[in-house]
Design a protein around this ligand. Structure first.
Ligand code: ZN
Length: 235
């Protein structure tokens, strides 16, 4: 069980593992959806410029897969921890689904974007809620400015979102908890090194992460099984 003092500030980083437990396919790694879907097509802005319909076909498939998924006990345990700690908890996710929100988390920082948001490719209008699917021969949507509407996703080569806010929270935290993240995707893989020595560093996931040596505690198992016990509210 995780013991917290009133002075503790908790930074949580979640990755694909916690979503995979809810049935959302991971798209990195061997056999992943990304690999089976024409290599890296769709994963860069260049690919979007070249063939926006193919990219939208891929994200439409991902929107459908994510709409069918439900949060698991790991997501719910994190939402309960937020209710208890309020602004002493910072939840940063690499996941683009909305399972944390569905579980009741109110403040989720999506560093890689959000599957159910879109934005203009050209102008600076803010991202908007968008759960629609665009399958061929459906028309690719356009903004009033004439630009193409694209998924609000951080593609390869693009800078992740909210990094200032994230590093400020990393600087403030006393407990760093990484859940279901492989420890290879940068910059998130370096967060633990950023806080090591100042904060307790805890890992939860089915397998040891690539950066295991940076963690002071490692709880092997599914988030849905480990977190409800680890984050149990003391009587
Ligand atoms: Zn526009």
């Amino acid at each position: 069980m995780l013991r917290l003092s009133p002075a503790d500030r908790v930074f949580i980083l979640t990755g694909a593992g916690i979503s995979a437990e809810s049935g959302i396919p991971t798209f990195r790694g061997a056999g992943g959806l990304w690999r089976t879907y024409r290599g890296d097509e769709g994963g860069t802005h260049e690919a979007f410029r070249r063939d926006p319909a193919l990219v939208w076909e891929f994200y439409s498939m991902r929107r459908r897969a994510a709409s069918a998924a439900k949060p698991n006990p790991g997501h719910r345990a994190l939402a309960q921890l937020e209710a208890r700690l309020q602004d002493r908890l910072f939840l940063c996710t690499q996941n683009v689904d909305n399972l944390h929100e569905q579980a009741g988390s109110a403040r989720v920082v999506h560093m890689h974007g959000e599957l159910f948001k879109s934005r203009c490719d050209t102008c600076r209008l803010p991202p908007f809620d968008d759960a629609r699917t665009y399958d061929p021969p459906a028309e690719i949507p356009h903004c009033a400015c004439g630009g193409r509407i694209r998924p609000h996703i951080c593609w390869f080569g693009e800078v992740p979102f909210h990094l200032d806010e994230i590093f400020s929270a990393l600087d403030d935290c006393t407990v760093f908890l990484a859940i279901g993240t492989s420890g290879v995707v940068e910059p998130a893989a370096s967060f633990v090194a950023h806080v090591r020595g100042r904060a307790r560093t805890i890992y939860v996931g089915p397998e040891e992460p690539a950066n295991r040596s940076a963690f002071t505690e490692c709880h092997l198992g599914n988030a849905g099984e480990v977190l409800p016990e680890l984050l149990r509210i003391s009587p």
